[in-house]
Ligand binder design. Sequence first.
Ligand code: BG6
Length: 481
Amino acid sequence: MSGFPQNFLWGGATAANQFEGAFLEDGKGWSTADTARFIKENGISMAELLKPTTKADVEFAMNDKEGVYPKRHGIDFYHRYKEDIALFAEMGFKTFRLSISWPRIFPNGDELEPNEAGLAFYDAVFDECLKYDIEPLVTISHYEFPLGLAFKQNGWESRETIEAFERYARVLFNRYKDKVKYWLTFNEINIIGMTGYLSGGILADGEKNMLQAQYQAAHHQFIASALAVKACHEIIPDAQIGCMLARMEAYPETCNPLDVMESVNSDHNNLFYSDVQIRGYYPSYMNKFFRDHNITIKKEAGDDQILREGTVDFMSFSYYMSSIASHKKDGDTTSGNLLSSKKNPYLEASDWGWQIDPVGLRVTLHKLYDRYQVPLFIVENGLGAKDVVEADGSIHDSYRIDYLRSHIEQMEQAIDEGVDLMGYTPWGCIDLVSASTSEMSKRYGFIYVDLDDEGKGSLDRSRKDSFYWYKKVIETNGADL
Ligand code: BG6
């Protein structure tokens, strides 16, 4: 096999709302993520996560003195970034994916002047990365929308949010142009078609067709993303900027052509977003979907041109699992990242029911590369698991090593078979708060953080077995797995 390219970007991925903490420090405003509560009894079900959020729900959370809101405190990266980045450097990271908190820079989302303390914090973080030759890979918006703009104009449902976002993105490009050369616009942009509140600030008050609101919001994000791509190319000519999709690979349940058709439909539903961002126009297959769901996308003159001129340089995506597409809706289901699916008898699943499928990653890499012919970047992948700390402090997470090894093997094969893959940043390289359930006990990291679901613990960091293993993988550029 040809092996990994010499400039392959090994690293790890995080998001501000799940690890920074310091949620109202130094002028930061409220974000949608700050209202996500941990529910002890049963955890938070997917149905609950995807449930429409009203203004009253948000106000309740903002005033709730009893509840535990783990994303407000994260793992305190805000104050411990030096220690954490030193640990990433020890593993040999070439890149570190993090996001910028929009309300840390513009507390309400749409002020005319940015918050200097917020900008200074990221300057310090980037400087620390560059000290170790770690390239920052920055997501401009990752699952946290400024609450001020949610209340004022219902988030991305409003066209005015485009202007606020463009101003925010331009401030970032101008400020960090000498420090950041890899950018992503919206994390898992397709999620806005499922949960409008978390990533889009869309409140579900009054009688409204939520799907109409979510797809209109997606249109506004497409325009905002295209404008940001253009601005990035103007301000930082040597930077690359990509889109980011939660890839949902769904196999036909059987060779019944109706199941195969379901799988095609599932791809359309998923790839609609990257089709727009990479090809620069709306795919015709969405017309029927919009008709069937009474959706009319309001576009302005000039929007089509903005989309054509703002296509991304590369495609990044998250991949955790595969699922099943079936024309029959019966049978056992299992949960997954935002969609439940039938169980695949050939696959094992994580403790949270996510079906582990390394070959599916290779299938997806080929499908995406065949379709788009642009470089790909796996910016999230990993196993959420409960770790046990032994009496001597060690953590033997062989299950995590097995998961990652098997996925890296498939990446190497895909590269050998012709796929252009830029890099790999496993999710939650340091333990952080879960996006879907707000748990700490669902851990992905190479680095353990002493913190429990209720926010108790010393916050001390320690190295798991996977830490030493990944260090060796990077050192040998993937040759020693
Ligand atoms: C992705 C998100 O969907 O999956 C991350 O971009 C998230 O923010 C990750 O944390 C894993 O999901 P979870 O729910 O296990 O944290």
